[in-house]
Design a protein around this ligand. Sequence first.
Ligand code: AMP
Length: 552
Amino acid sequence: MTLMGRMMAEPLMISSLLEHAARHSGDAEIVSKRVEGDIHRTNWRELARRARQLAQALARLGCVAGNRVGTLAWNGYRHLEIYYGTSGSQLVCHTINPRLFPEQIAWIINDAEDRILCFDASFLPLVEKLAPLLKTVRHFVLMTSRAHMPADSAIPGLLCYDDLLAAEDGHYVWPRFDENTASSICYTSGTTGNPKGAVYSHRSTILHAYAAALPDAMNCSARDVILPVVPMFHVNAWGLPYASAIVGCKLVMPGPHLDGKSLYELFENEGVTFSAGVPTVWLGLLNYVKSNGLRFSSFKRTVIGGSACPPAMMKTLQQDYGIEVIHAWGMTELSPLGTLSKLTTRQLALPPEQQQRLLEKQGRAIYGIDMAVIDDQGRSLPWDGVSSGNLVVRGHWVLDKYFNIDKSPLVSVDGVPGWFPTGDVATIDADGFMQITDRSKDVIKSGGEWISSIDLENIAMAHPAVAEAAAISAAHPKWDERPLLVVVRRAGMALSREEMLAFYEGRIAKWQIPDDVVFVDEIPHTATGKILKLKLREQFANHRLPTAGAAG
Ligand code: AMP
């Protein structure tokens, strides 16, 4: 007969992260640069108290287990209180990307059925516009103090966040429940069709945070000062709000102030040792530091991911500023960490150029993630560093099903079901270093944000002079990728580049409008009539976008 383990089956609860940080690192600071531009200081002890007050306030507003609380907010202490106050009290924290087109934001809030919407003051005009479209939101909460509340607003009954907390005593005991309960939702637009919700659980979030904090991953410690540049609306700021509670370190939150100067001042004034973000933000910071002849006095290492880290950026950070760059790959559906490029002892003995080439790859899987590259028939390919195939993953913090969609996205590998297809194309070498070589999903990633090629194509096709259109990504020095539209004109009709671009105004977010249009006689197709994007990307691999010169 099977002998069962005789150990406690303590459920993995997100509230326990916060209480651990409050008890063992209560004085560790949480510093936020607020929307208003001032610096706010609190610590884990105080944050835990306010998160408990928030849990009480949300219950008083009628929230019950499973209800979703939406946030439109930058990185800051109130947002962190919402992370813990909602999940800890069995509600679900739904972080929303404010950079999306307003109609898309409304769609996401309605799909998630958010009951409460909390937002930073900078999003008040946006929320005023959205409010009439939101079917399920009962209360709108402005994340500010009484002094900063607007005299009047188009939102009836607008609530003040700090007032809600002040009305509660904080004597609240976090409930214990099934660790597989939903804790947060993040929508990804990195797929075809409507955005899709990834629903994380308490269990997946904590296991991910444990792994993220390990030395060969983000290497977080109580002695670190962590500044997540990656927004809290991008896959829970890559798990840093949780990993930093595990280790009990000082946390620095930049709010909306992500320009080079603001970031540099925060890094220096607060003694930041570790940060994480997409390549585009480092470009701004590096430009500022370089052009002002500055140095970093405490900044030691950074995780760069979300898009391929340009080798030149990696070298500048390493060689000119002595900062260790950890290139990482992940996605919303993976909570998000999948791989990080950290060298093993044996690899540290390799010649420097070989080490550099390895560091430029997306790296090795962390424990908890299993990966494979497969061909179109679902057969696994060898780990030889050259066989390129569809990258699939499975693991403790990998999505099983999307929110509100019954159909499983999973595929089989060598006949074994249960693998998540990432939509990335990659090689894996004999040491397990994965390298992304292409993308099979039809989306463009600009500065860490997705642009749907299909949306761009549908808009173009609605123009009477367009016979066919294809949107592809073109390389850009600042944004990594920008959309390039390839158009076949209708016979006998005239259409200029400027007319085509003007057609996008008001139909899509401004930053999603293509940077350039090229006119061709025909677009290559597969036998089944699908556009051959790979061929098009090859054809325009050297296309220089008119915006490329303005980088920096
Ligand atoms: P998201 O769900 O928005 O986090 O986007 C995940 C996708 O971003 C991945 O499937 C990749 O296509 C891309 N991505 C993330 N990290 C990297 C990286 N280090 N190099 C190349 N592409 C990346």
